[in-house]
Design a protein around this ligand. Structure first.
Ligand code: UD1
Length: 421
């Protein structure tokens, strides 16, 4: 298995070019199931999760030609509607095919994703909403069996909780439904917004984009005509490199980013004493005179993203004082804490609240284990500021969502080597 060897005491400088957003590209690829012809997508991130979804779409019968960051995909040849366990178990986001498959074919089978490292993460809200749209849902042998023989019907869906992939699934389900669907308490994440915009450009009558109330007039099973588009920049990848710069108190510039997607994150850097300079597509972080502690509560967009929580914990370790991080979205998203403690961090966990007493310049490198995508990047950030070499194991988590990680870190002066054990 591969691992990353990270040299200690690093200072960073230079530029990082951000890739396309994995969490935008996944629903967008799933949405191509709703297309009447080949869809042309640019700025596709070259990461494992994208290839996993493409493998699933291929197993269903789709055809595509992929270059590194560009794909032409045609789903009109889909002749299979079962997403099997062996693929869904490797990536929860496979659930994103449920809405579009059911909407287009009137039936499908998708393996239940099951648990994952960051908590229980059920899909009950996706299923309840589809039932409200007239689907019959049965759970059998670990599979969701969904049917809607007369097509899905428009309905008013009120999500009890804001769910990102849940909103995306229902938007796609509503696209080809009969009648109007109103989604109340919809997610407003930029990735959801891009899905809506792409579907609108493809001819879908959708309004309320970017708000928590979406109205979609279904096409009565008429497929959409997609226009060529580029995936939006990955705000979480951008935020991760900014955290690496913050922890090492360095100046770096992130390019090809949309700074407005990172407002809540940039505000926290400023609270901690870092300077932030943005243009339309770049963000520069400037060192702090003194790194101050911070209080963070994760919440839905436009609030502070749970996907940045672990990385900020690594920065909080470098602050002078005590920081508090309250993880409101996932009950078990503190898997990085025990590994950070093994590196010498002073972190106390009480339920969903982590109290981090800053111990600047005190971390020591050791062998640590990545547990999920963002937890892994927190370990890399901690390794950059530790006093000895760190080996991060189980890096397949990182490869799911970070493109060319060692190369991008190398470009800003970090010494990270991929090795095999
Ligand atoms: C998406 C992101 C993930 C991010 C998360 C929160 C993708 C592919 N993944 O995950 O990176 O961390 O949003 O921003 O875009 N819930 C239920 N029942 C459901 C659905 C969700 O109880 O049917 C709960 C979840 O357990 C969680 C909360 O709702 O507590 C939000 O989860 P959700 O927004 O659905 O996360 P994902 O879409 O899986």
């Amino acid at each position: 298995m591969q691992y990353l060897e990270i040299k200690p005491n690093q200072k960073l400088s230079g530029e990082v070019r951000v890739s396309g957003a994995k969490n935008a590209a996944l629903p967008l690829l799933a949405s191509t199931i709703l297309s009447s012809s080949t869809v042309n997508i640019g700025n596709l991130p070259n990461v494992v999760d994208i290839n996993t979804l493409l493998k699933l779409l291929e197993m269903l019968g789709s055809k595509f030609e992929k270059k590194t960051h560009h794909i032409e995909i045609n789903t009109t040849s889909i002749n299979e509607t079962k997403a099997t366990y062996d693929i869904v178990k490797t990536m929860r986001a496979s659930i994103l095919v449920l809405g579009p498959l059911l909407s287009r074919f009137g039936h499908c089978e998708v393996s239940l994703p099951g648990g994952c490292a960051i908590g229980q993460r059920p899909v009950d809200l996706h299923l309840k909403a589809l039932e409200q749209m007239g689907a019959n849902i049965e759970i059998k042998n670990g599979y969701i069996l969904a049917t809607a023989p007369n097509g899905l019907q428009g309905a008013t869906i009120v999500f009890d909780k804001v769910t990102v992939t849940g909103s995306e699934n229902i938007i796609m389900a509503a696209a080809l439904a009969h009648g109007e669907t109103t989604i109340i308490n919809a997610a407003k994440e930029p990735e959801v917004v891009q899905l809506c915009e792409v579907l609108k450009d493809a001819g879908l009558d959708i309004s309320g984009i970017g708000t928590d109330t979406l109205k979609i007039v279904g096409t009565r099973q008429k497929l959409l005509e997609f226009k060529k588009f580029d995936v939006i920049p990955d705000r979480i990848e951008a935020g991760t490199y900014l955290c690496a710069a913050a922890a090492t108190n360095s100046e770096i510039t992130i390019t090809h980013v949309n700074p407005s997607h990172l407002d809540s994150v940039l505000a926290k850097f400023e609270e901690m004493g870092f300077g932030i300079k943005s243009t339309e597509s770049t963000i520069t972080i400037l060192p702090a005179q003194e790194i101050k502690p911070v209080n963070i509560t994760t919440t839905e967009y436009p609030g502070f993203p749970t996907d940045m929580q672990a990385q900020f914990m690594a920065v909080a370790i470098c602050a002078n004082g005590t920081s508090i991080i309250d993880e409101k979205l996932f009950e078990n998203r503190f898997m990085h804490v025990s590994e950070l403690i093994r590196m010498g961090a002073n972190i106390h966990l009480n339920g969903t609240v982590a109290t981090i007493t800053g111990t600047p310049n005190k971390l020591t490198g050791t062998d640590v284990m990545a547990t999920d995508l963002r937890a892994s990047s927190a370990l890399i950030i901690a390794a950059l500021v530790s006093n000895s070499t760190t080996n991060v194991h189980r890096i397949y988590h990182l490869d799911r969502g970070y493109e060319k990680l060692e190369e991008k870190f190398g470009n800003i002066g970090a010494n990270i080597l991929r090795k095999s054990e």
